[in-house]
Ligand binder design. Structure first.
Ligand code: GCU
Length: 329
């Protein structure tokens, strides 16, 4: 998806919106928008990113954070980046699938052997190639944030094995890989923006969804969904993105500060993640959610052929999946 062409005049006006002046000194203000709650560990990592950037640049670069979908859904934020109307965003890698097919690899179910394997991939050559794969579409990935593993949750049907999902309407992200996976598990998949999901669950538009524990908890979906099954079907990372319209206006020194601050925020975020996951699981249990530990091999078996099918239909994604398998920590 490429944005329509726009005039140099509009482009200059949009860039001016990204850079402000404070007193005598010119300060570069970067607007960074995302859809998560302010107490989410991923939001806290972005706060840290801003602090590190201010520090490194001697306060000549500043990050302005817009949380909770204030500037739009993940797709809308990505489109704003492409147009130059927003400097940075944090999205789930699944949201990028329609913009850069390389990101589809991370949506494949049970792709990673364990956490050490996952981070060896994300911090290694596959991770880097994927981050840089969308530069020609005006999107440059800076780093990954841990988004743990995703698990199904349902309003009123207890799910312990794939058969229990039969006929349920499950909300998915805008991801063709998630669509394939949910169908393979026997449920009906409905793409809905994250910010609209609470109401969709409340009104019975869908019977359930899937996400990691902090997002399940902090979105308050647990108020409506009383079953959370730890099937850990995917480990889709979050991605910190900068628009190339902004990136190219930065000096090499500024680019280096931005990249280094992003890398440091990624390390900090991983430290925050484990604690946040445990705290979220404890909180939802306390609120009456039944957290179910299923036999994961039953879910894995249902989606076992997906990697080969995707490799057949989308060789670029297949080649990346192959490189993932060959990566060792
Ligand atoms: C995760 C991810 C978000 C995303 C959400 C979703 O919580 O961190 O960026 O919006 O999943 O399911 O849409």
């Amino acid at each position: 998806m490429l944005p329509p062409r726009f005039s140099p005049l509009l482009f200059a006006a949009l860039l001016l919106a990204l850079v402000g002046c404070s007193g005598q000194r010119s300060v570069t203000v970067i607007k960074l928008a995302h859809t998560l709650d302010q107490s989410h560990p991923v939001h806290l990592a972005m706060v840290y990113f801003g602090e590190r950037l201010a520090d490194k640049s001697g306060d000549t670069m500043r990050v302005e954070l817009y949380s909770g979908g204030q500037l739009g859904s993940e797709r809308e934020c990505i489109e704003l980046l492409q147009l130059g109307g927003l400097g940075m965003t944090k999205i789930s890698s699944a949201a990028l699938e329609g913009f850069a097919p390389e990101y589809r690899v991370f949506g494949l179910p049970y792709l990673f052997r364990d956490e050490a394997h996952r981070w060896a991939v994300l911090n290694g050559s596959v991770g880097r190639d994927v981050l840089l794969s969308a530069e020609s579409r005006f999107l440059r990935g800076l780093c990954y944030y841990d988004a743990g593993t995703r698990n199904f949750y349902t309003v009123n049907r207890r799910v312990e094995k794939p058969e229990d999902l039969a006929g349920l309407k499950i909300r998915i992200q805008e991801s063709q890989i998630a669509l394939k996976m949910v169908r393979a598990l026997g449920a009906a998949a409905t793409p809905i923006a994250f910010a609209e999901l609470y109401t969709a669950l409340q009104q019975g538009v869908v019977d359930g969804a899937e996400n990691n524990p902090p997002s399940f908890h902090l979105s308050r979906h647990y108020e409506l969904c009383k079953y959370y099954v730890l099937d850990e079907h995917t480990a889709v990372p979050d991605v910190l993105l900068i628009g190339t319209h902004l990136w190219r206006t930065l000096t090499p020194q500024q680019q280096a500060w931005v990249q280094a601050a992003a890398d440091e925020s990624s390390v900090r975020q991983r430290e925050l993640w484990a604690t946040a996951t445990a705290a979220s699981l404890a909180a939802v249990k306390k609120a009456g959610v039944e957290v179910i530990t299923p036999d994961k091999s039953l879910f894995r078996a249902r989606v076992a052929s997906m990697q080969a099918e995707v490799a057949r239909d989308q060789p670029r994604v297949g080649a990346l999946a192959q490189r993932v398998q060959e990566t060792t920590p």
